[in-house]
Design a binder for this molecule. Structure first.
Ligand SMILES: Cc1cc2nc3c(=O)[nH]c(=O)nc-3n(C[C@H](O)[C@H](O)[C@H](O)COP(=O)(O)OP(=O)(O)OC[C@H]3O[C@@H](n4cnc5c(N)ncnc54)[C@H](O)[C@@H]3O)c2cc1C
Ligand code: FES
Length: 264
């Protein structure tokens, strides 16, 4: 699904907090329904940079967390000036958005069933993909600590790991993935989204066992629709623009999921 030309306004209808994360729900009556794994470029309509001692901000990229009843949901962690401003928004405030953008996930090969693996804000595209595939789709999620693991309520029945052991398995989510793939890797196709180090570990674990994987990556994005080349990432076939050729890439096209310039 491609985005209509230009930015459009969407009204925030709800703001929810889940531990370290804010979920913004906005009413988007004019936009097409997104595919799972697509993203939007977001801007707050008011106070988006430009104030005293502020620089104007470029829009920021956000995966769609959920789409239903003409509402789009976004999961946001405050990691910098843009996400901080978006986290401040309240019902009746206006968002400006461009999207849906990018390619999205595709269904598993015929002989395989899906397994979702991710963590942090990377749970956003996995949640909408689970909505589409069905709530029985298994999910393995990793977080830093209990405050971040509170975001796991947005996914149905996940198995959890935390770095500090406060919730679920004490360790990284790829410990859980290795067990699962060793038991039934020949039946599965993996869908991953998370911080670069996690995605790279997922890529390696899958590659070692010849398990197909689709990875939703992040890179710095200025335009979101192919014009600026700010988002290029290397693949075995050369550089691609992640905003139009991704953000979902087949893991076998990557020599590494450690994309330069992504900070978290
Ligand atoms: C396709 C896509 C989907 C995304 N989906 C989501 C989502 O669902 N939810 C979400 O919260 N985010 C998502 N992001 C990430 C989000 O767009 C970025 O984190 C965005 O840059 C945040 O803007 P900011 O102004 O708050 O922070 P920025 O100032 O852009 O900083 C972002 C992060 O980068 C770090 N950083 C900044 N400069 C540097 C540097 N020079 N070197 C190293 N690190 C640096 C910061 O510490 C911070 O952790 C997505 C990104 C993409 C590309
Ligand atoms: S963000 Fe501009 S080309 Fe991809």
């Amino acid at each position: 699904m491609s985005a209509p030309f230009g930015r459009r306004a969407a009204t925030v209808v709800a703001r929810e907090e889940h531990g370290a994360y804010v979920v913004l729900r906005c009413h988007d009556p004019g936009g097409p329904a997104p595919r799972s794994g697509q993203f939007y470029m977001l801007t707050a309509a008011d106070r988006w940079g430009g104030g005293e001692a502020e620089r104007p901000f470029l829009p920021r990229a956000f995966s769609v967390l959920r789409a239903r009843d003409r509402e789009l949901h976004f999961l946001i962690e405050d990691v910098g000036p843009g996400t901080r401003r978006l986290c401040e928004l309240q019902p009746d405030d206006q968002l400006l958005l461009v999207g849906p953008l990018g390619n999205g996930f595709v269904r598993p090969r015929e002989d395989r069933t899906p397994l979702l693996v991710g963590g942090g804000v990377g749970i956003a595209p996995l949640a909408i993909w689970q909505d589409e595939l069905g709530p029985e789709t298994p999910a393995l999620l990793g977080f830093r600590d209990a405050q971040h693991a509170a975001g796991a309520v947005l996914v149905h029945d996940p198995v959890l790991a935390t770095d500090d052991g406060t919730v679920g398995h004490h360790g990284v989510v790829t410990d859980l993935l290795e067990d699962e793939l060793d038991a039934r890797g020949d039946e599965l196709e993996v869908y991953g989204c998370g911080p670069p180090a996690m995605l790279e570990a997922v890529r390696l674990v899958c590659a070692e066992r010849s398990v197909p994987a689709q990875l939703a990556l992040e890179s710095g994005m200025a335009c979101g629709f192919g014009a600026c080349f700010g988002c290029v990432v290397p693949t075995v076939d050369g550089y691609v623009r992640l905003c139009v050729d991704g953000p979902v890439l087949d893991a076998h096209t990557l020599e590494s999921a450690l994309v330069a310039g992504v900070g978290h």
